[in-house]
Design a protein around this ligand. Structure first.
Ligand SMILES: [Zn+2]
Length: 483
């Protein structure tokens, strides 16, 4: 397996994953195919845009007839899918039924025998609200199993990271799993977190995990199949998702949108132009689970493409920000994640073609702002006088005058006026006081660092109280310092 990162934005990336003769692009979604019952045909799943599938090897293993058949035909022929297939191990069944009749090594061997491309060991998924004691015990057992895995010739093996909701346990687990070394990594045990819309907790689980996994390996967020959270999860550094949601939700008459899940029986309009919705009304989907599942898949892949295009355009933050308005918990999750601004700053591109949009308070925690603060260290400010001016204030001065511009929250030296994000930023007329407060912090840093290099410092028409710095009206400043 080879993984190459082709493009990055915010915490997300577009990658190319080579699996045998196949090459797929990430982020992507692996539709879950239940070997016992098919809601949407494999051809249709392929048509909607799936390049890779996931199925459950334990369901095949425990059914003798099915097991014989898949062993004989091979997984790809059995499913009729010419593309990579990942197999799960039964850990989910373990979490639901409390017991499975197979060992981790047996189920991995079986996954290789049936020709799976990516196998998953049988780890122990711990419920997010487990006690610390339970989480530690489960994790120790999972780690023992992972350490005793043998070598495989044809099977890529995924390393699952557990640790319930304990960030430090997740960090530790991620470190230990990385030390063993796997082809890709999975973040497990998060389904209940997502089902309860606790996206703050999701950030608290995913970020410490991701921080301690190798940057150049793909990360699979197990059980995250709702398009509403793709942009957020991709921004946290996840590359692969699996969706059983498209079929499970359809079974319950649920119509998936990026803004949430709606009961199709209560809908009058279909806000979608996928091939299903273009040729049907809401009433047609009530009893047609297959059509509903197909729509759910279309909207899922459409969102993956929206995420990818947003990464390519350098607008992933804007997309996450927009999507976070679909549910207050998503916005809380985003704000929580952004507390890790130092971590996001590592991945954010330095320059962008398009503008920085300030559309909400979360923008104050964008990596660009932290970078602005850090960038001050590289300023070279010295001369006779320093003028601190609003970004649109124009004055021609002599070379002994240095100019600092304020466009709250940004503060920058005049030479940077045409660079990203300073000149290239559009700021909504909101959060004025908070933006000014941030700008003041930057100015204070500038004065502390460079103040003694100047004989005089003036603040001109800034409407920001800058303490010791003398205020001067724009007219007075032009009269005194223009040349
Ligand atoms: Zn549709």
């Amino acid at each position: 397996m080879r993984f190459e990162i082709k493009r990055k934005d915010f915490g997300g990336r577009i990658g190319s994953l080579e699996l045998g003769d196949w090459e797929i692009e990430t982020p992507t979604i692996m539709p879950v195919v239940n070997p016992n019952l098919e809601t949407v045909s494999i051809e249709d799943i392929r048509d909607v845009g799936a390049d890779i599938l996931i199925t459950n090897s334990y369901i095949i293993y425990k059914n003798e007839k099915l097991r014989e058949r898949v062993l004989k035909e091979g997984l790809h022929d059995f499913l009729g899918f010419d593309g990579p297939i990942m197999t799960d191990s039964g850990a989910y069944q373990l979490s639901v039924y409390g017991d499975v009749e197979v060992t981790s090594q047996e189920i991995l061997n079986f996954q290789e025998e049936i020709g799976s491309d990516i196998g998953v060991p049988l780890d122990i998924p711990t419920s997010p609200d487990a006690t610390r004691d339970k989480a530690e015990k489960d994790l120790a057992e999972t780690m023992d199993r992972l350490r005793s895995i043998g070598e495989f010739d044809d099977l890529n093996v995924a390393g699952p990271v557990q640790g319930a909701s304990y960030g430090d346990l997740r960090s530790k687990a991620a470190n230990q799993v990385s030390e063993i070394g796997f082809d890709l990594y999975c973040i497990g045990g998060v389904v209940p977190i997502m089902e309860s819309y606790d996206f703050e907790k999701l950030a608290q689980v995913v970020i410490p995990t991701k921080k301690n996994l190798p940057v150049n390996k793909p990360i699979h967020l197990f059980g995250a199949g709702h398009p509403m959270i793709f942009s957020f999860a991709v921004a946290l550094g996840c590359d692969l998702f699996d969706s059983a949601a498209y079929a499970l939700f359809a079974k319950r008459g649920k119509y998936i949108t990026v803004r949430g899940t709606w009961d199709v029986g209560e809908m009058e309009y279909l806000p979608c132009s996928c091939p299903v919705c273009s040729n049907a009304g809401a009433e047609d989907l009530v009893d047609d689970k297959e059509k509903l599942a197909k729509h759910n898949l279309y909207v899922t892949f459409r969102e993956i493409n929206t995420v990818k295009e947003s990464i390519r355009r350098g607008e992933l933050f804007e997309l996450v920000s927009e999507r976070s308005r679909a549910h207050p918990s998503l916005l809380s999750g985003l704000m929580k994640a952004l507390d890790e601004e130092n971590w996001f700053e590592k991945f954010a591109p330095v320059s962008k073609k398009n503008a920085f949009f300030y559309c909400g308070e979360e923008s104050l925690k964008r990596p660009e702002l932290l970078r602005n603060l850090k960038k001050i260290d590289s300023f070279n400010l010295t001369g006779k006088r320093l003028l601190i001016v609003p970004h649109d204030f124009k004055i021609n001065t002599d070379s002994s005058t240095q100019i600092i511009k304020i466009k709250p929250p940004f503060v920058y030296s005049e030479e940077l006026s045409n660079t990203y994000p300073f000149g290239q930023s559009l700021i909504a007329n909101i959060n004025k006081e908070k933006r000014k407060k941030f700008a003041k912090r930057l100015i204070k840093k500038i004065i502390d660092k460079f103040g003694q290099n100047f004989e005089e410092i003036y603040s001109i028409g800034n409407q920001i109280e800058l303490g010791q710095i003398k205020d001067l009206s724009p007219d007075e400043a032009r009269k005194r310092f223009s040349i």
